[in-house]
Design a protein around this ligand. Structure first.
Ligand code: 1BN
Ligand code: ZN
Length: 357
């Protein structure tokens, strides 16, 4: 009886309806993982939570940046083409509105001292939350894997030119499509590729333990920068290193030191590549351990860093057939490969800026 009159009370029904309309949706905000918010089973888990607009990456512009670097000739530290290319790189980053620092140092190579310079281009240097994007800009002084002219320096269109080209295009993109919330540091390491690859055992240093003395003859610019960064106490959320990202036939398995020390960011990059349709190039398998610039940055500054490096062959060959030969010239560059890597890194960057990585 009491219940019947209770249910006939119109004011009470009105109050209940209002409660349902306003209070329940409000409360749902505190339970974002409730089944009502779960994606349908068919929805891929790689779909970003927030739709982030990523500007188009111009593969043609990136290709032109490789072409320009190669036009200087081999960029071997201490030579006139190297000096001219450094001036051009600094000018390009300044043209894109970045604050550029040149960090000169003497590279103590296995064949003597050479003048070298790391180039650091800062996008919004005042922002504390930073992303580090790196490549080496020098080219190798010898063609030790070629059959002829082995004592002559190589053009390094892929090994040197390609990573720099992608970074220049990303810097241009940031000027045209600014982001908020993060700062970005483009660091071009010098003297990465002047290492001694001959060993008494007849085994390439590429196949040896990373603490070998000969290993330390490589990556001299990153070793210097990791000891003395352009800002004392420098840090970043994470870093990405691009090395040999432009050749036809490129394949990007997961590099070992990155997998070991920066697994979360490597997973994000490989899953973004898969989402963008590049899963056939960013292959989901281990690629071996490559002692490259990222190792010294991780060791010295404790910044997790992922090396995107083409390793299309099983060991001991590992790198492409053009590697450290005179075939590493403009003819080996495929603009689609530059475009794919640029698209992936741009997506990483713009999602990080939107807090949606
Ligand atoms: C990458 C391209 N590296 C040189 N050219 C880095 C490297 C150094 C790879 C030593 C293996 C051994
Ligand atoms: Zn090299």
């Amino acid at each position: 009886m009491a219940l019947a009159s209770f249910l006939r009370n119109k004011r009470l029904w009105l109050v209940l309806l209002l409660l349902a309309a306003f209070v329940i949706p409000y409360l749902m905000r505190f339970f974002p993982d409730s089944t009502l918010h779960k994606p349908a089973a068919s929805e891929p888990s790689t779909v970003p939570r927030v739709q982030v607009q990523v500007p188009p990456f111009s593969a043609d512009s990136a290709f032109a940046f490789v072409e320009k670097q190669v036009s200087f000739g081999p960029r071997v530290p201490g030579t006139p083409p190297h000096k001219k290319c450094a001036a051009w790189l600094v000018g390009e980053f300044r043209r894109f509105g970045l604050d550029v620092i040149e960090q000169p140092f003497v590279a103590k190579t296995y064949f003597g001292p050479r003048d070298a310079v790391n180039i650091i281009a800062q996008y919004h240097p005042e922002r504390p939350n930073r992303v580090l994007l790196c490549a080496h800009w020098d080219s190798r002084h010898i063609a030790d894997k070629d059959t002829k002219d082995t004592e002559k320096a190589i053009l390094g269109a892929d090994d040197g030119g390609s990573g720099v080209a992608v970074l220049l295009e990303l810097a241009r993109m940031l000027q045209q499509h600014p982001v908020e919330g993060i700062g970005v540091d483009f660091v071009l390491f010098d003297a990465e590729d002047l290492g001694d690859d001959r060993s008494e055992s007849g085994q390439s240093v590429m196949m040896q333990a990373s603490n070998d003395q000969k290993t330390l003859t490589w990556c001299l610019g990153s070793q210097h920068w990791a000891r003395t960064p352009h800002r004392p106490g420098y840090t970043a959320q994470f870093g990405v290193l691009l090395d040999m990202v432009g050749a036809r036939g490129a394949l990007f398995p997961r590099e070992g030191y990155s997998a070991q020390n920066a697994p979360a960011i490597q997973n994000r990059i490989w899953s973004i590549a898969q989402e963008l349709g590049y899963g056939g190039f960013f292959v989901d398998r281990p690629g071996g351990f490559i002692t490259d610039d990222h190792v010294f940055v991780m060791r010295g500054l404790r910044i997790p860093m992922v090396n995107i490096i083409s390793i299309p062959n099983p060991p001991p060959a590992a790198f492409g057939a053009h590697h450290h030969t005179h075939n590493d010239n403009l003819a080996v560059i495929d603009r689609n490969v530059l475009g794919m890597v640029g698209h992936v890194v741009a997506t990483v960057l713009y999602r990080t800026a939107a807090g949606a990585l």
